[in-house]
Design a protein around this ligand. Structure first.
Ligand code: HEC
Length: 476
């Protein structure tokens, strides 16, 4: 179960230039996970992560890829019920079946989901041609499970262990022969759909979903790797609110790959949508989701700052079918006008000084000016296409060092990690970004950034007093 545990939350602002700060998102990681790099006393149980919702699962029975685009039907895919393909995994060895089902099945089931191009359930699936035509799927599998830049499974699903990697590789290299194992279970476990709406009377929830100008589901063209942005005026009007929980709405899982929600500094035109490219110069990331990521509930006394003039839901679609397919995925957010005791906000750690040859590293020091303790909830690394790895280390005033986060980075699956700890006056934080190719600072996706968007309270607690932007804590 720790599979979805990884959170995905993103809070950060992608966008690059914003002057304002933050938007939070938080992310909880469910207690386990190992994902939390933090040294500190991990406060785990503070946050509750709820499972992602998979509505829409096509209830494919029979293993046949039956339901084409019908993904939106409604059947809730709870724990594994995503599709009960009778006969799935019947002719691969049992150890291989287990790996395929647990680590790949959410996406590469009888009906591929979340943009995955093919099924991985039968021995014959491995001798088919991979997308690029030059190798078999089996060869592509060996390459991708060892690819540290674009690994399979993709985050937040954990990578294979070396034992699992070895079993799968040995079987493929031996010809991916069929064997008898009737692991006829589901095509892969889908995260449970969990309702995490708070019951407090002052909390109101809203759906921010993909839709066209008349409110109907967005018709997703079968253009590969499509980034499409939907604009929304704040559904709660102009009053100040705090975000207290959110969860993903997964409608058509055959086409949705991931989404990010941004809070815009200037007004947007409600009910509009357009193709977009992944750069948001005038906005902050609020929350984000990738398959396997749960939702988040804030601690009872904390609310995330949502001030901003409007929202952009940026969806990444991968419709590998032959026709357009409707989707209404997005995010269910719950907010309150009764502001919580502590306001959390996104803080910008990292550096703007990036001018590097291929393979270089850039580092930024955050020296908070706050004279009070600051509670960190989550960290969301943000770089662009060349970003490969990020670490943030806490330099305690007494000379000891603790790792806040130490994670590989993939532009395609940006996720947040719960990194609970407390920063005391006198402590500083060093964020180091590693790049694959040449890296020059800028807002375009072909230029680079080095930000760890840290959700923490009090809002502004990790600011260095920079004039560049609110909650900025970047430096040399
Ligand atoms: C959360 C969803 C998800 C999971 C889990 C996942 N994949 Fe994928 N996979 C994708 C998507 C989306 C693509 C297409 C985009 C890409 O290539 O990165 C893909 C592409 C691939 C490709 C490239 C196919 C080609 O023809 O080039 C291979 C190989 C692959 N996956 C293998 C695996 C294996 C093996 C596992 C499990 C060990 C796995 N994947 C788990 C979503 C997933």
């Amino acid at each position: 179960m720790s599979r979805w545990i990884v959170l995905v939350l993103f809070a950060g602002g992608l966008a690059c230039t914003g002057t304002e700060g933050p938007a939070p998102g938080d992310g909880p990681l469910p207690g386990t996970g190992g994902h939390t790099g933090v040294g500190g006393a991990g406060t785990g149980g503070h946050y509750v992560a709820t499972g992602g919702r998979a509505t829409g699962g096509s209830t494919t029975t029979g293993g046949a890829v039956g339901t084409g685009g019908a993904g939106t039907g409604g059947a809730k895919a709870t724990g594994g019920a995503g599709a009960s393909s009778v006969g799935a995994y019947t002719d691969v060895p049992c150890d291989v079946a287990k790996i395929l089902k647990t680590s790949c099945g959410m996406c590469h089931g009888a009906t591929p989901s979340y943009g995955a191009p093919m099924s991985l359930i039968r021995a014959a699936d491995f001798s088919k041609k991979a997308r690029d035509g030059s190798r078999t799927v089996g060869q592509a599998v060996i390459a991708r499970i060892n690819d540290d830049v674009s690994p399979m499974p993709q985050a937040p699903t954990p990578r294979l262990t070396s034992a699992e990697n070895g079993s799968l590789t040995t079987w493929i290299q031996g010809g991916a022969k069929s064997a008898a194992c009737s692991d006829s279970g589901s095509e892969g476990t889908q995260p449970p759909e969990t309702n995490n709406d708070p019951t407090d009377p002052d909390v109101t929830c809203y759906d921010i979903k993909a839709r066209n100008s008349s409110g109907a589901k967005f018709s997703v063209p079968n253009t590969p790797d499509l980034y499409h942005c939907f604009s929304y005026a704040p559904p709660w009007g102009t009053d100040k609110v705090h975000l207290v929980s959110w969860r993903p709405i997964i409608d058509n899982r055959q086409v949705i790959h991931h989404w990010l929600l941004y809070n815009e500094n200037s007004a947007v035109t409600d009910k509009t949508d357009a193709d977009c490219a992944g750069a948001h110069p005038n906005a902050q990331l609020v929350v984000g989701w990738a398959p396997g990521g749960p939702g988040t509930t804030m601690p009872p006394d904390v609310g995330q700052d949502m001030s901003g003039a409007g929202f952009t839901l940026e969806t990444h679609y991968n419709n590998t079918g032959t026709a357009a397919s409707p989707d209404g995925s997005g995010v269910h957010v719950c907010v309150t006008k009764k502001l919580r005791k502590y306001e959390a906000g996104i803080h910008w750690l990292g550096t703007e000084l990036i001018l590097l040859p291929a393979g270089g590293q850039a580092a930024g020091l955050c020296s908070p000016s706050a004279k009070t303790p600051v509670t960190i909830i989550s960290s969301t690394p943000h770089m662009h296409l060349q970003g490969r790895h990020m670490t943030t280390v806490i330099n305690r005033a007494n000379g000891t060092k603790e790792t806040l986060i130490d994670k590989p980075f993939d532009f395609q699956t940006q996720i947040g990690y719960q990194t609970p700890t407390t920063i005391m006056p006198g402590d500083t934080l060093t964020t180091t970004c590693t790049y694959g190719g040449q890296a020059i600072y800028g807002e375009g996706t072909k230029q680079e950034m080095c930000y760890n968007f840290v959700l923490a309270y009090p809002n502004g607690g990790l600011s260095s007093g920079s004039l560049l932007r609110k909650n900025g804590c970047t430096g040399l």
